[in-house]
Design a protein around this ligand. Structure first.
Ligand code: DP6
Length: 361
């Protein structure tokens, strides 16, 4: 099995910043957010997940990042950061930490001045986690700088694999955002080539039932989370259900892969809804416990269950680390689902806000 950490540390020896150059150059990347179906919740060492996870990448919820870089003789990390056109101190702090970690793998960074500008397609504070798309966009840009300066990473697969590894160091879920479609991150005994260090495109034939799956993101609260994902992951360390949870997630990976191949909607629905509720049960039963769901989250879940019972249509919900509901359904039911949302659900959304998204093919 490839040991990516070692591989990229070795590669770093060739990526020193001796080459000076004149002028300012630009790299840019768009990266897409993702929604997990089997959840990553709990990590160890440095950004190593306690269990494998599967997500699909979203088409419309994206971060666009542009980096302008120029050579400087002084050898220290130096950058400016603009979010939506304005200097942002809070995000800059997180990026500083991240870039210091990346310096181990990209030693040339200390000889560059970077001007980083990022924008999100989704409204700020819409409750959509932006760390996956933001950190992966940044990782892709830094890999592009390596490619331009050293002529490395010309092979697309090598480029994306390295970007996934680097994105993971910024935010675990970001490792998955480097790839479109269904993505697996974390070692699973059922999948050759799977790894805790990088994500890979899920290597199974996806049944037509799921190939154009859509995600209506129903915003029940756009406020800041009460507890960060990182703190939540930390609470898994002494969680009484931790070992059972990791075992369950490993089994769910195998069952979900089978449902995705055979087109088993019921199995898919069972697994992903159970994963969502397990995630929040783990939060509630940790020490200290916390609750991110609100009354409207539960009402929407009820409406989805009633709609499914009444119409027999394939609709399923999932949740990430927040109170917003992701309503998943096949593309062919777009009109019926829009009607359902308008009649039963939109009144439960904060400011009647929901985001119309779907899988990025
Ligand atoms: C509930 O990737 O945000 O969305 O690695 O600390 O940045 P960090 O955590 P993060 O956690 C995501 C948790 C989740 C489930 C998932 O996306 O798999």
């Amino acid at each position: 099995m490839v040991k990516y950490e070692e591989k990229y540390r070795d590669e770093a020896l060739q990526l020193t910043g001796k080459r000076s150059f004149d002028g300012t150059f630009t790299v840019k990347h768009r990266s897409h957010s993702n929604i997990a179906l089997v959840k990553y919740w709990g990590k160890r060492n440095y950004q190593i997940p306690q269990n494998p996870s599967i997500s699909f990448t979203l088409e419309n919820s994206v971060t666009d990042t542009v980096i302008k870089y120029r050579f400087k003789k002084e050898r220290w990390l130096s950058f400016d950061f603009y979010f939506e056109g304005t200097a942002n101190e809070y995000f800059a702090g997180r990026i500083r930490k991240y870039l210091s970690v990346l310096q181990t793998y990209f030693p040339f960074l200390e000889n560059l001045h970077l001007t980083i500008s990022s924008t999100n397609s989704f409204p700020h504070s819409s409750g959509i986690a932006s760390s996956a798309s933001a950190m992966s966009a940044l990782a892709l840009c830094i890999c592009s700088i390596e490619k331009k300066l050293f002529g490395t990473l010309r092979d697309e697969k090598k480029f994306l694999t390295k970007a996934s590894f680097m994105a993971r160091l910024g935010s675990g879920s970001a490792a998955r955002s480097v790839f479109p479609g269904f993505v697996l991150w974390g070692e699973s005994t059922a999948v050759k080539g799977s790894s805790d260090e990088i994500a890979i495109p899920l290597p199974v034939e996806i049944n037509d039932t799921f190939s154009d799956i859509r995600d209506a993101i129903l915003i029940t609260s756009a406020g800041k989370k009460k507890i960060s994902s990182s703190a939540g992951h930390g609470l898994m360390q002494n969680h009484p259900f931790a070992q059972a949870r990791y075992l369950q997630a490993n089994e769910n990976i195998i069952t979900l892969m089978s449902a995705l191949t055979t087109g088993d909607k019921d199995m898919f629905t069972h697994i992903i809804e159970n994963e969502a509720l397990t995630l929040h049960s783990l939060m509630m039963s940790s020490n200290p416990g916390f609750t991110l769901l609100n009354e409207r989250t539960w009402k929407i879940i009820d409406e989805i269950r009633n709609f499914r019972e009444k119409t027999g249509k394939f609709v399923a919900f999932t949740l990430d680390a927040g109170p917003n509901v992701h309503l998943l359904y096949p593309g062919r039911d777009k009109t019926a689902i829009k009607e359902f949302i308008e009649q039963k659900v939109v009144g439960l959304c904060e400011n009647e806000r929901w985001i119309d998204d779907g899988i990025k093919p």
